[in-house]
Design a protein around this ligand. Structure first.
Ligand code: PNS
Length: 163
């Protein structure tokens, strides 16, 4: 039986912290589906198509990783994709409460799907999509925190927004 995990998130945009979790998750699971939340009612900087494009370009050389999107309940999507686990990264203590709550709710919704949380690499402990967007918006240097393509896309997005 293939061990399949869903790595869900907003990925608005993908960061080096996310990629660290994907690379390490690949050693635990046979197949990882990076699943982007597509919620038309939620405000994202990048469209779902843009987020998929960036992620696909970042994981193209990893053979057992696929990129997809979902809406609705995560556990329903996981069941549909025959995944046994949800993979999540935890950075600081501040993440813990939210992750714990989400893991318990998901377990209540479907007891056959386990949440596996990996502690983030020390280098990425303060890296988040939100803080990176905030810095990029005001022209801050975000090199080394996101892949080069994402850095470029953020620059383009914020230059568009100021036009
Ligand atoms: O990267 P994020 O924004 O912290 O990811 C959160 C995400 C997208 C994994 C979570 O909000 C989600 O899966 N939402 C879909 C609805 C759902 O199933 N929620 C969890 C149980 S109520």
């Amino acid at each position: 039986m293939q061990r399949i995990a869903i790595y869900p998130g907003s990925f608005d945009p993908v960061t080096n912290g996310h990629l660290d979790i994907i690379e390490r998750g690949c050693k635990l699971f046979d197949y990882i589906i990076v699943a982007i939340l597509h919620n038309p009612n939620k405000q994202f900087l990048f469209t779902v198509e843009e987020r998929i494009e960036m992620l696909e370009s970042c994981v193209k050389d990893i053979p057992n990783v696929e990129t997809d999107f979902y809406n609705g309940l995560l556990v329903d999507y996981a069941k549909k994709r025959k995944a046994q686990a949800i993979l999540r990264g935890i950075r600081a203590v501040s993440d813990f409460e939210y992750e714990f709550q989400m893991a318990l709710m998901n377990r209540r919704l479907n007891r056959n799907i386990q949440t596996v949380s990996l502690m983030t690499g020390l280098r990425w402990i303060f890296t988040s999509s939100s803080i990176i967007k905030e810095a990029a918006k005001f022209g801050g240097d975000i090199s080394g925190m996101v892949p080069q393509l994402v850095e470029q896309k953020l620059k383009e997005k914020f230059s568009q927004n100021t036009k």
